[in-house]
Write a protein that binds this ligand. Sequence first.
Ligand code: PLP
Length: 379
Amino acid sequence: MGPGPSDVNPRVTNAMGASTIGHLDPAFVTLMDEIKQLLQYAFKTRNRATIPISAPGSAGMEACFVNLVEPGDKVIVCQNGVFGGRMKENVERCGATAILVQDAWGEAVDPNKVEEALQSNPDAKMLAFVHAETSTGACSDVRLLTSLAHKFGCLSLVDSVTGLAGVELDVDGWEVDAIYSGTQKCLSCPPGLSPISFGPRAVEVIKNRKTKVQSWFLDMQLMMAYWDGDASRTYHHTAPVNNMYGLHEALVILQEEGLENSWARHALNHNALAAGVEAMGLQFVVSKEARLPQLNSITVPEGVKESAVRARLLEDFNLEIGAGLGALAGKVWRIGLMGHGSSKTNVLRCLGALDAVLSDMKAPINSGQAVAAAMAVYR
Ligand SMILES: *Cc1c(COP(=O)(O)O)cnc(C)c1O
């Protein structure tokens, strides 16, 4: 129950144990086509350029930047946690200039600040931001930020590594131009793949590049020669075949449940966990309106050593929760309720364990009330 990798459904690990076939085997090509369709379902898009990159979420981030940004470009980057900082780093390594819009850790990206930055940088090419900031648990408004970008003639690039399948996302409805995700958060797959999708505006930008994409491996035009087309598919790299089996199964599970039902399940389990946490007298880092259901950052109470609590949870309850990152290191716990791990039993188990450990440490909490408060939400 940390910030990912999340619990993997046994159906996914079973699927991954099937025999390894060739990455150009007709059966594998069929599987690739199904993965593309299932990803289109998960992202709510008809974008043809919707594929999993054969590397973790960070590679999806990098694929978006290296394909869309050229030397001399200007990109507005929103930073409200760890991952916005990595976006800035990507922009600069593309030889472009990053204009930072900063918000406090734990807050959503402020649309007013974004509008100001767009106004004072009319030559900006793209607005990049994180949908679901895993380092804090804050959710930003993808629809609003994308519409602001378009109002000023910019592309929008969205990091939804933790957002996808856990919280509402509508790539076509919100006209998102480029987006990347990961497999080990709310899709509940092992880590190692990064679903991405490029919309029509982004595809145009890639077609009209003046310079070659500096990364051969992540060049979308080369990659699509393997992922797209009929009989003409050519070898680009050896796809991680068994990981693709796993992603396929995870996406089938998502489709069986229904995307909207998955969002609703994440919301319900979050509400139950929040009721328990608040009954204990603990505080969330993020205000109620901006909270992600799948990533719950909780402030460590005064006088409690946060790492000691995590160690006890792991040792006594075989339960992993996450530590704070960067500015929040040592100050918060991050409880993940992602994908297969977002369940009633996990919520109740986690609250019971946290209550027991904190009570045993004589921490200043209301003991023995958390589980009942969560159960009341389910009832
Ligand atoms: C996990 C995560 C990433 C990086 O994904 P990796 O698979 O670890 O490379 C990027 N952005 C966000 C918001 C994440 O949560």
